[in-house]
Design a binder for this molecule. Structure first.
Ligand code: SAM
Length: 361
């Protein structure tokens, strides 16, 4: 009775190991193979994946960890994404917008702390016109020519992306959220479309940005198939960066009662994504640090190579609440960079003062 079960278990394990070997070698699997790998998330497979992911990460980036100073410029958003705490219809959210000077002060503090990438992230706030953003980008670039600017400001027209790029922006993060059209519809209101999001990503790539896509792990209605589609999309789109972190419910959203994504699945997927592209810039996200106090170290040990400490002014940090209990004051704070350095040191990694670009070679 027990023997066939043990045989089946051994078979499943060796199948998954074969798939992991294949992924490590070819950086590609079929959609079905990705799905099998996702359905076979076991401790043994996760350990094997992480080992392979770290081997490849070390060949490209050694034990370096890149840092990005995250400046949350506005929590005002015209969108109504069902999962997001700063969605338009959340009337409990206390809204703010940084001034130009606030942003420059964040950069100045960040620069002296050793940050060489500034990420300007925010809701889709129409105050930030192309003109205003170009001015901000030009001023930051003028003062810190050795720094990269990453934007994460949602969907804009191709013309707008081009203007921001011409003004000096280097990278753009726009999570695709899900590569399954039906799933996308269930996470977003009717006026947002899967096609538009994908078009934005294509536009950004064509313009010449280093582009980041990504998704939430464990978002409502996600399945092994939609996750496999996410992985296949990443393999084919070839982003320079990929942001994944667990979905965490926000109490004032339609998904308030949905359960969060898990630490284990997020780590498992980080390792898979590292094997899809050994050079990818892969953050151990704040959401990962929120669901587990060592989440970011575990992310690094699963193949991530970037952390994004918070550089926003203390007075607004709590207001950029995408999900409940988001960490923003402790070691994830840019001001605590020394604590973060020693936490990384303890696991054998070095935070470096570097733009941390995608390794094209
Ligand atoms: N407005 C920009 C955009 O749409 O790309 C940037 C800000 S948006 C809030 C940044 C990311 O936060 C989203 O792409 C989403 O994946 C993530 N996010 C939003 N709500 C979340 C939640 N409840 N749990 C985890 N991540 C969440």
């Amino acid at each position: 009775m027990l023997r066939p079960l043990i045989q089946m278990w051994c078979q499943a394990m060796s199948n998954a190991f074969n798939l992991i070997d294949k992924l490590a070698e070819n950086h590609s699997l079929t959609l079905d193979e990705y799905k099998i790998l996702i359905e076979n998330e076991t401790v043994e497979n996760a350990e094997y994946l992480a080992k392979k992911a770290l081997e490849q990460r070390h060949k490209i980036y050694g034990n370096k960890v890149f840092i990005r100073g995250l400046i949350e410029i506005s929590n005002i958003c015209k969108n109504n994404c069902l999962y997001c705490g700063i969605r338009r219809d959340n009337t409990d959210c206390s809204r703010y917008r940084l001034t130009e000077n606030d942003i420059y002060e964040c950069c100045s503090e960040g620069y002296s702390l050793g940050f060489r990438t500034f990420v300007l992230q925010g809701g889709e706030d129409s105050f930030f016109t192309d003109e205003r953003l170009c001015e901000i980008i030009r001023n930051i670039k003028h003062k810190y020519p050795d720094c990269a600017i990453t934007l994460s400001l949602g969907e804009r027209t191709k013309e707008s992306y081009q203007l921001l790029f011409d003004a000096g922006a280097d990278r753009y993060l726009l999570r695709h959220e899900t590569a399954n059209k039906e799933h996308y519809k269930r996470l977003h209101p009717e006026n947002m479309s899967f096609e538009k999001r994908m078009q934005c990503l294509t536009d950004l790539k064509e313009i010449g940005y280093q582009v980041g896509c990504g998704f939430m792990v464990g978002s409502p209605f996600q399945s092994p198939l939609t996750l496999a589609q996410d992985l296949k999309f990443i393999e084919e789109f070839k982003p320079h960066m990929c942001g994944i972190g667990p979905f965490i419910a926000h109490h004032s959203t339609p998904f308030a009662d949905c359960k969060s994504g898990t630490l284990e699945t997020t780590l498992y997927l980080l390792s898979i994504i590292r094997l899809i592209d050994p050079k990818i810039l892969l953050p151990a996200t704040t959401a990962l640090g929120t669901i587990h106090q060592s989440g970011r170290e575990m992310g690094i040990l699963s193949g991530a190579n970037v952390v994004m400490p918070n550089l926003s002014p203390f007075s607004v940090r709590k207001k950029y609440e995408l999900y409940d209990n988001k960490i923003c004051m402790g070691d994830e704070s840019a001001q605590s960079i020394n604590e973060l350095k020693s936490r990384m040191k303890k696991i054998g990694y070095d935070i470096v003062t570097d733009r941390g670009d995608y390794e094209e070679r």
